[in-house]
Design a protein around this ligand. Structure first.
Ligand SMILES: Cc1ncc(COP(=O)(O)O)c(C=O)c1O
Length: 379
């Protein structure tokens, strides 16, 4: 599927708040596009029986569409995608589904978001060893990763993009090393998927866990898991439910207790779905698809280029990597009093965030150069 070339500014009407505030905080949460709100409301109208529909057909149909839209976005197959409530769910699917034994080692980054450490440190109760790979300049360091690998190393779990400085990891190189060393490669995609191009096959990712609440402009409570067809054999569902088997949408004969799990990753979808959120997510994914992830990536980098130029001129300290291979839609910088600056921005209706002592600026496709100029003016 190829999205049409679009004038990005035509999407501003999806975000009516833009006439009041400048929102550069997509690394925290993604505001809901108007059309996704309308879609959600549409579901609730059905739930209120304002509209009488076969709800099973409608909701399950949208689930299938979500799998296709996500697979297209990360270059996977729809049967490798499962709906998930957040990133943590997908990470736990890997943590508890892998056959890890006492003494097995899991490698994490020492500058990882805690959402991608707790599911792993929780495995200490099984005797699994957790080792944090030392970062270099607060970025994941491949040489230190290679040094940390030994015969007991079974898993590496890292973020696609680091939450506080926007460092985009070289997943292709890291994935190749994991494949060579037979290490299960888990990626937390939430800070990159939706604004950066990603090919999960090329990067040899075994499992990608992703919440929908940031760059995917969906609601909290949405997300997905990608589990490669090869990796699926290594993961045993550690919990399982009636939505993990195929009822062929016939819920009138339910005393069937020996149905087999779905052969697809869908077997990790355990119970009744949050249908309203599914309607939200589908609508947001369609919007991103229309705009095109490559267009979004280019647009966001160009907006941040304007900021970088100014920050360099005025001697702010840029705390993100400026290496083109490691840039993302997040840029962080600090000055004399970052906290004060952050508050001043907020007072002037510019919403960014303060992370690890730096101001984090995270624009999305509907932000304009004028908005970035306004931030620059205030600085
Ligand atoms: C890198 C990263 N992973 C995960 C999360 C959130 O995890 P979850 O979707 O499980 O709440 C965040 C931010 O909230 C994040 O920045």
């Amino acid at each position: 599927m190829k999205p049409a070339k679009m004038d990005l500014s035509s999407y501003r009407k999806e975000f009516p708040f833009t006439d009041k505030v400048i929102f550069f905080n997509h690394a925290s949460f993604g505001p809901l596009p108007q059309r996704s709100w309308n879609a959600t409301e549409e579901y609730y109208k059905c739930l209120k029986l304002e509209k009488i529909k076969n709800m099973d057909k409608v909701a399950f149909g949208k689930l299938d569409e979500i799998r296709v839209l996500i697979a297209d976005m990360i270059k996977a197959q729809p049967e490798e995608i499962a709906f998930a409530a957040n990133t943590s769910y997908g990470l736990n699917v890997a943590a508890w589904g892998l056959d890890l034994k006492p003494g097995d080692k899991i490698l994490l980054s020492d500058v990882e978001f805690p959402g991608n450490t707790y599911p792993w440190t929780n495995l200490k109760q099984k005797g699994v060893i957790i080792e944090f790979v030392p970062s270099r300049n607060r970025c994941f360091d491949i040489d230190n990763f290679v040094r940390a690998i030994d015969t007991k190393t079974k898993v590496l779990a890292i973020s696609f993009v680091q939450f506080f400085n926007g460092f985009k990891n070289d997943l292709k190189t890291i994935g190749k090393i994991c494949e060579e060393k037979d290490i299960f490669f888990v990626v937390d995609g939430i800070q990159g998927v939706g604004c950066l191009d990603l090919d999960v096959k090329e990067c040899k990712i075994d499992l990608l866990a992703n919440g929908g609440q940031k760059w995917l402009l969906s609601s909290p409570g949405t997300g997905f898991i990608y589990l490669s067809s090869d990796a699926k054999r290594k993961i045993n569902p550690s919990f399982f439910g009636w939505m993990g088997v195929d009822w062929e949408l016939n819920f009138s004969d339910l005393f069937k207790f020996d149905l087999s799990p779905f052969p697809s990753v869908r077997k990790f979808e355990i119970g009744t779905y949050p249908y309203s959120l599914i309607w939200t997510m589908r609508s947001s994914l369609k919007l991103l698809w229309e705009v095109g992830i490559k267009n979004i990536e280019r647009h966001n980098l160009a907006l941040l280029d304007l900021l970088i130029e100014h920050l360099k001129e005025k001697n702010y300290q840029i705390t993100s990597s400026l290496d083109a291979n490691h840039r993302s839609s997040i840029l962080s910088f600090s000055g004399k009093n970052a906290k004060n600056l952050y508050q001043q921005l907020r007072k002037n209706n510019i919403i960014a965030s303060l992370r690890e002592g730096s101001i984090r600026v995270a624009p999305h496709f509907y932000n304009t150069p004028d908005e970035m100029e306004r931030l620059i003016e205030l600085l």
